[in-house]
Design a protein around this ligand. Sequence first.
Ligand SMILES: NC(=O)c1ccc[n+]([C@@H]2O[C@H](COP(=O)([O-])OP(=O)(O)OC[C@H]3O[C@@H](n4cnc5c(N)ncnc54)[C@H](O)[C@@H]3O)[C@@H](O)[C@H]2O)c1
Length: 439
Amino acid sequence: MRIAMVGAGYVGLVSGACFAEFGVEVCVVDTDATKVAALREGRIPIYEPGLERLVADNVRERRLTFTTDLAEAVAGAEAVFLAVGTPSRRGDGHADLSYVFAAAEQVARAATGPLVLVTKSTVPVGTGAQVREIVRTARPDIAIDVASNPEFLREGSAIGDFMRPDRVVIGVEPGEAGERALAVLRRLYRPLYLIETPIVATGIETAELIKYAANAFLATKITFINEVADLCEKVGANVHDVARGMGLDGRIGRKFLHAGPGYGGSCFPKDTLALARTAQDAGAPMRLVETTIAVNEARKAQMAERVIAACGGSVAGKTVAVLGLTFKPETDDMREAPSLAIVPRLAEAGAALRAFDPAGMAHAKPLLPSSVHYATNALDAAAGADALVLLTEWNEFRALSPERLKAAMRGDVLLDLRNVYDPEAMRAAGFRYLSIGRP
Ligand SMILES: NC(=O)c1ccc[n+]([C@@H]2O[C@H](COP(=O)([O-])OP(=O)(O)OC[C@H]3O[C@@H](n4cnc5c(N)ncnc54)[C@H](O)[C@@H]3O)[C@@H](O)[C@H]2O)c1
């Protein structure tokens, strides 16, 4: 079986490599010639644990190839996946579908025979129908069936998520076209049937909405516990224990109940916004989602004020060390990271900033003020700092010796925005330790 993957980003590259690992012949196409050249030379343009090895193995087995030539990728493919970006459209928060529509039309024009065009990008309800119109207009002569197969992988554990997902969602058209598409996708995902992965087969609109509903629900769950953390601070409760006590209830679950600086990343901010816009346009506004967005934005902005308050009301002339810049650990992705709201505000307030991130510094540099000094490791970042802010919970930061950290610094303020450290141990090491929602 041969397929094409349009887009060699976090989703396209991982999905393409994983399908190849399933034994399928995959050609990944991207318009970014630099990315494709790197991949052809065996260099992986993103940081994702395990990906380099997976790509190398499948390239060696000749199941995985890369190109900038869409026609070459599409020729003879039974299925073509769209894994291009769907960022927020400037101004109104709707998803920008220009990459999806352009790619769909290019695929249709390049098609050499019947194929299934599968949208893996996160797209608003109704996009599948528009894609179908585009391909039918471009190629009335060929049966191009459209399908929706939203992706739920998480950066940092993307390969495991793809290989052992909680479920696979497949949306198809009614009738024969849908049956054909479903048959092709079932064949592709056969290795997952063998491990009894639930397959949710639905209509296209439902599949599109499942992805947004899931992301908006998770974003709301995070935002909920963040507000509980604020309340804990006022009343002397401990959010860690509240979350545990809540999360052990099987109806609630423990995941996504970690209080922090507000959610970021390449998905939640843009997907919640797009869902809210879709719902408004459809006349069924989702006020919970709208409130989640507003509360989270305010929270990210408020985090810098917390740092300033912890430094006695001013950071002017002070040195602040920042550990972690990416929106979460085990990725180099800086999209909508809380650091992008916090670091510039601290710089503006007069702080000298020393930052370290194990994978994100190259992407962070063009996005953060030029005055930020990039350190070579956590202790180097802490050197001479008046205050230290833990922003992303990379494992290597968990293991730092409090004593060595304290000895490297000039001051004693430690603001742990991810609650990774033990308050007692940090106080014993001489820190004025502040975390989120814990006494
Ligand atoms: N990143 C995640 O964790 C994640 C998880 C689930 C779903 N998604 C969704 O998947 C989609 C892709 O996300 P991503 O993070 O992989 O994006 P990305 O920006 O990392 O990658 C998109 C790639 O598509 C390429 N591209 C754009 N137009 C093209 C065209 N016409 N032909 C060939 N290549 C083209 C770009 O050059 C880029 O390399 C988005 O809709 C996103 O919401 C992302």
